[in-house]
Design a protein. Structure first.
Length: 340
């Protein structure tokens, strides 16, 4: 059986107008709750602050959910959205998501990025029941997270390159075979990201609304295809591998450098991509150079070990010297001074 998932219902309204009568569990982050918690009047049974999407942690939360809870609220960023969807799925109860920033596309997907065995795999949970967006809240979020979901759109650039690369070598599975029409639609979505990035970085509501539209179109396309190949490739694999070396680094700060590294491997012009990431508020200097070099060197082994979809990384044979040269091509910091 093949399922083509829908988007959640999306409501744009002030958070203080949300009316909830069902007993709920609230999953949130400390900063998010400090910023918006006073705006809600929710019948809270239990509240928790997830710190990881590790499968054992999420299973424990799901198994210990009080039986009177009838709905899960995920308030904050991408981590709480994933954990909320997972816990709701495990308990067969609806999920409501309240993003405090448009930091990931996971608010709108039917899948959760589960951490297990030092890698990431996707669990199909179905989408949230509803996503509430308060533009005043989102536009006033810190610049380094409020619109960094644009990295999800820009990863289409390198995701398409890897998808085509795999097709040229006959490495795509039948389900993930390259479809020119889908690649064309995805490329059109990515092209718009270059146009809206400055407004996103400045917190303009119109630009953030455009980002929401593009994100929903990207999710609709991958839902229709039944896979993420147009939007996920070596840039995400770098982020997955790098994630093990850092603590609580926002997703965009991992995948942004990954996009530049992947684009450089594919021989692309780095300048426009880097400028777009910077203008959208994505930080490119949060990772230690030594960690990036070490990660690049182990990526071929990593993608094979975890059986990730075929990409240019599968044919990479990096040395320390070539990893340094790669970072220099991207403009990422190899000096230790983090100029970005």
């Amino acid at each position: 059986m093949t399922s083509i998932w829908n988007l959640p219902r999306i409501e744009t309204q002030p958070l203080h107008t949300i009316r909830e009568e069902r007993p709920c569990a609230v999953l949130t982050g400390r900063r998010a709750w400090q910023a918006v918690g006073s705006m809600f009047e929710l019948p809270i049974v239990v509240q928790a602050e997830p710190h990881t999407a590790n499968v054992d942690f999420m299973d424990d939360l799901a198994q210990n959910l009080p039986p009177q809870v009838e709905v899960i609220y995920g308030i904050g960023g991408g981590l709480v959205a994933d954990v909320a969807k997972y816990v709701g799925w495990k308990n067969e109860i609806p999920v409501v998501l309240v993003p405090t920033a448009l930091s990931v596309d996971g608010f709108f997907t039917a899948i959760v990025a589960v951490r297990e065995n030092k890698s990431v795999h996707y669990e199909t949970t179905g989408p949230a029941e509803v996503v509430y967006i308060d533009w005043d809240v989102v536009s006033q979020a810190p610049a380094n997270i409020r619109g960094t979901g644009i990295a999800e759109i820009l990863s289409i650039v390198t995701g398409l390159l890897d998808w085509r690369y795999a097709a040229e070598r006959n490495k795509n599975t039948p389900l993930e075979r390259f479809k020119p029409w889908a690649a064309g639609l995805a490329a059109g979505i990515a092209q718009q990201a270059f146009k809206i990035a400055p407004g996103v970085g400045e917190g303009r509501v119109e630009s953030l609304q455009n980002l929401l539209d593009l994100t929903c179109m990207e999710v609709r396309l991958t839902n229709q295809l039944g896979h993420n190949r147009p939007q996920e490739g070596s840039e995400q694999y770098f982020a997955y591998a790098m994630e093990r070396k850092v603590s609580r680094i926002p997703y965009a700060d991992l995948v942004g450098p990954g996009i530049l590294i992947s684009a450089a491997l594919h021989g692309q012009d780095i300048g426009p991509i880097r400028a777009t990431l910077n203008s959208a508020g994505i930080r490119l200097g949060q990772l230690r150079p030594d960690d990036m070099i070490e990660t690049i060197k182990m990526l071929p082994e990593y993608v094979n070990e975890h059986k990730l979809p075929y990409s240019i990384l599968h044919d990479l044979d990096p040395t320390s010297e070539s990893a340094v040269e790669l970072l220099e091509k991207t403009g990422l910091d190899v000096s230790g001074s983090r100029p970005l």
